[in-house]
Structures are given as C-alpha cells and as structure tokens.
Design a protein around this ligand. Structure first.
Ligand SMILES: Nc1ncnc2c1ncn2[C@@H]1O[C@H](COP(=O)(O)OP(=O)(O)OP(=O)(O)O)[C@@H](O)[C@H]1O
Length: 476
C-alpha cells in the first residue's frame, strides 16, 4: 500500500521531547504515504496522549473510518510510535462523538503542515495528570458504557444486578464486588456502568476507573519520584474505585502491598471497590493470600459467554446504535456462528456493516456469509466438546459413554472431570452448556471439576503433563 519508512531512518526522540511524539509520527507518515492518502485518513485525526505516554488514543469520526484506520494504519502507527519513543505506546481507537474528551488536550494534525519533518511542530500540551477528582471528567469513565447500553441475559444477570445495587448504594452490600469472566464478556463495560450511574445520582462523588497496569505504573512512578503521599491522597480519598484486570498484579509485590493499603483504607471509610479479573479470586496466581481472601470477602460474580438470544439482542442493539437495521434472521445467523464473546460479535457486526457499505448491498444472510467468510471457516475448525470427550476417553481407556453416565468410580469420574476442564478451557461453551453435554449435569458440577483440575494442575506435574498432551492432540 505504501512504502514504510526504514526503521533506522525514523528519528529517535530524546525523552524530554516525548510530548512531540504524535507530530513526529505524523511527519514520518507524511513522508511515507501518498499525499492524498495522508490528507484523507491521517491528517484529520485527533489524538490524546496519556501523560506518561503509555497510551495514545485516536478519535475517529465514525465507525467506518475507525475500522479502516484500524485495518490499514494502526499497526504502522504503533510501530512508529515505539521507534520514536523507545517504549511501547499502546494505540487505541475510539469514536470521537462518544469517547473524545470534551476539550481534547490534543494535537490536531489538520492544523499543521503535512510533510515537513524539519519544521518541528509545537509540542502538544499534555493532558493534565489524571487525578481522580469530583465528577466524571477525570474519572476516566467512558460515558458510552452504561447500564442502558448493556444487554441483559442469563449470562450476566447476577453480575448486572449486583453492579446496579452497588451503583445505587455504594459502600454497603457487596463490597468489594469482584467480577470475573473470559475476554470480551463485558467486565469493563459493567464497571464503567457502575461509575456512570453513581455519578448521575452523586455528581460530586470521587470515582476512578483504572486498569491494573496503570495502577502498577503509578506505584512505580511514586516510588521513583518519592511521591507516595500524593499517591495515597489520590487513591485513599476515593468514593468508588473501579479496577480492571487485577490478575496483572501477579508477582508485583510492592504494587500488591500498595493495593492492600488502598483497599483497607477505602473499606474503612465505606468507599466501594469493584474489581475485575479473568478468573475467580482463588484462581489468581502469584497474588498474596491476604489480598486474595480480601478480594473474595464481598461478592464474587461470574460473567458467562452470552447465550444465543442475548447474542441476537446485542447484535440488533449495536446495529441500531450504528444507525442500521439488522434483520432478525441475519442476527440469528451471526449469533449462531459467533459464540465466543461480545467483542467478537461486535467485530463480526463491523465487518458486515463495512461489507454492506462497500458493496452497496442490503444486509442479508448471504451478505453476512460473505463478509464473515474467514471467521466462519475458523469456527468450523474449532474443537468440539464431543471431540474432547472422545480424546480423553481414549487416553484414559474408558468408554465415551462414561462421559455422560452417572457412574462414580474414580477411574471414570476423574477423566470425566478432566474432559469438563478441557471443555471449559478449549471451547467457548458456558458451564450449563458443558453440563448438558455431560449427561445433563448441573453447572456447579462442571465448575467444581474446572476448579479442581485447574488447581491440581498447578501442583501435580504428572497431571500437568497429561493435560498438555491432551491439549496438543486436540489442537492438532
Ligand atoms: N451485555 C452486553 N451488552 C452490550 N454490549 C456488551 C455486553 N457485554 C459486552 N459488551 C461490549 O463488548 C465489548 C467488550 O466488552 P468489555 O471490554 O467490557 O469486555 P471485558 O470482559 O472487559 O474484556 P477483557 O477481559 O478483554 O478486557 C465492549 O464493546 C462492550 O461494550
């Protein structure tokens, strides 16, 4: 498409010039790309850079442009930023009307000449240090992620109800609220919804949404700069702390200690804490026991992969939000084929919308089939529960029928538990769906098996090896 700038030709910025990062990136892109492409796609971009330059958010006017920029340019931008800054800079894309800050503290490419690398533009003003303050603007909340835009289904009913309760009466029941589940199931959405709802009823509340990695980085910074008092003031004074992906605290002792202190301080003053993780508290690896037990001391709720009807509702709602109508039969077709998580569902929807616009065709099952060609062929190759049952039965020399039977001798029950564990690990099926496929067992039986085998795997080398062999066999 265009000739990338040679890696060693990209000028490295001195650390103190980091605020000129985006302009420098633009200069390189302007040289690399045909002028018309640059002017159409890159020049109008508005960006926001995190104060520590760990992340750069690109705001784009509409979904179509967002998809295009993500597909065509995001990779190159990310590589360039890393070359220029010397560290990884996470690149994110967001819709301008929904997520752009009211007054972007940003460099606007359109205000600068397109391709004059020598004429170093004025450094953009860095956004203020995101101190949590009263009200929403510095809470890092995304105002688009609310309870209104969250579709309810049995997969998230309990978590949603608990989150609603916390938003209505923070500091009382369910403190901390610990939400766990696989990728793209709505954990972050739910957290933002709690913060946004609380701010509607209490606009002065001190709310902060933060990713665990950012917390780690704040701890490191306050260490380096000896600003622990400020750090404490910032975190210990909150009314609501929303902290995402706490599994990232693994092996970070100092961070865990600081989080423990913040946790105790917040609970003592009846502030609320909501956390998310990819696993339940006891499943967290390399996190201190005293922290794990505190994570589990309020309410722990799971988010399951959405069931079919919920996936259909999500597709239809998201299409409406994009200004398009998706016929129900198309939504069912997509929902039947994209089962893993909501993020993938959104991706499928974006592909269908883009495909329909490009080809100027109505949305139909045929069009969806064409737009999702690649994805559908991958789905067909996915591991099935039936295959897992057969492979595990062969390996442990039991009958496949024993996978569904009620027999309980250990020689049968254990392989069955192993198969349940693998079904949860390697497929996108929910616990109830797996239970159903194992002779109509209850989802709690499956959960017990998943926890037991997962826990033992950490301790028993032999079991770990067996599981490894089974996984390799199944993945082919
Ligand atoms: N029930 C739902 N209704 C509508 N949209 C949803 C729902 N659940 C998730 N989403 C959307 O799916 C996308 C992924 O959700 P989110 O980022 O909250 O997932 P996550 O569980 O935090 O994933 P990860 O672990 O990868 O961070 C978001 O755009 C979110 O708005």
């Amino acid at each position: 498409m265009y000739e990338p700038f040679a890696a060693d030709a990209a000028p490295e910025l001195p650390p103190d010039a980091a605020s000129a990062l985006w302009p420098a990136c633009l200069d390189v892109l302007a040289q690399e790309m045909p002028e018309q492409q640059f002017n159409t796609w890159i020049k109008p971009l508005v960006v926001q850079v995190e104060p520590d330059f760990s992340r750069l958010t690109i705001f784009v006017a509409n979904r179509f442009k967002l998809d295009w920029i993500r597909a065509q340019y995001a990779g190159r931008i990310s590589t360039l930023l890393e070359q220029l800054h010397g560290h990884t800079v996470q690149v994110e894309l967001a819709l301008a009307q929904r997520a752009a800050p009211a007054k972007p503290t940003i460099d606007r490419a359109a205000e600068r000449p397109a391709a004059h690398p020598a004429a170093a533009p004025e450094a953009p003003a860095a956004p203020p240090e995101p101190d949590p303050a009263r009200g929403g603007s510095r809470s890092r909340l995304n105002s688009a992620l609310t309870f209104d835009t969250l579709v309810e289904g049995s997969a998230n009913r309990m978590a949603r109800a608990a989150a609603l309760h916390v938003a209505g009466s923070p500091g009382r029941l369910y403190n901390p609220l610990f939400i766990y589940g696989g990728v793209g199931l709505g954990k972050t959405h739910l957290m933002h919804a709690v913060g946004n709802k609380l701010l509607v009823s209490q606009p002065d509340a001190k709310v902060l949404y933060i990713h665990a990695e950012q917390f780690v980085s704040d701890v490191v910074k306050s260490y380096q700069r000896k600003t622990f008092d400020e750090f404490k003031e910032r975190y210990h004074s909150l009314d609501l702390l929303l902290i995402d992906d706490v599994q990232f605290f693994a092996n970070k002792d100092r961070t865990q200690e600081e989080f423990f202190n913040a946790f105790e301080a917040l609970l003592a003053k009846k502030s609320h804490i909501v956390m998310t993780s990819d696993t339940y508290p006891k499943g967290l690896a390399d996190i201190h026991e005293r922290l794990v037990s505190r994570f589990d001391s309020g309410l722990t709720v799971a988010l399951e992969p959405p069931e079919l009807e919920m996936r259909v509702a999500i597709l239809i709602n998201k299409a409406v939000a994009e200004g398009t109508e998706m016929p129900e039969e198309v939504a069912f077709f997509v929902a039947k084929n994209v089962r893993s998580n909501v993020r993938e569902l959104e991706g499928a929807l974006r592909k269908i919308l883009a495909y329909s616009r490009f080809n100027q065709k109505e949305i139909s099952i045929q069009l969806a089939r064409e737009a999702l060609r690649d994805l559908l062929s991958i789905q067909n190759r996915q591991i099935s529960v039936e295959n897992i049952q057969k492979t595990v039965a062969d390996y442990y020399k039991i009958k496949v029928a024993d996978m569904y039977s009620k027999k309980r001798p250990a020689s049968i029950a254990r392989p069955r538990q192993i198969a349940m564990y693998l079904a949860k690990e390697l497929t996108q099926k929910s616990l109830p769906e797996i239970g159903e496929l194992f002779g109509g067992r209850d989802h709690t039986t499956v959960l017990h098996a998943v926890r037991k085998i997962g826990g033992e795997r950490q301790q028993l080398t032999e079991l770990n090896q067996q599981l490894h062999v089974l996984e390799q066999t199944l993945k082919g």
